[in-house]
Design a protein. Structure first.
Length: 58
């Protein structure tokens, strides 16, 4: 299971193909590095249901 920004969707797809392993994954809005703590909390809050579903649906 991993969480990454949408910038890495294509790279994740390539790794899935290369490794033959389709890990559960959730993507959040890009960019990450310039966000404030409050913005990061909002991203996490928005993604938590998808993260829980990805962890429990496998």
């Amino acid at each position: 299971m991993f969480v990454a920004s949408t910038e890495f969707v294509e790279a994740a797809d390539a790794q899935t193909t290369a490794l033959g392993f389709d890990a559960a994954r959730v993507f959040v809005a890009h960019p990450i590095q310039d966000r404030t703590d409050d913005e990061m909390r909002a991203l996490a809050d928005a993604a938590i249901d998808a993260v829980v579903a990805a962890l429990t649906d496998r």
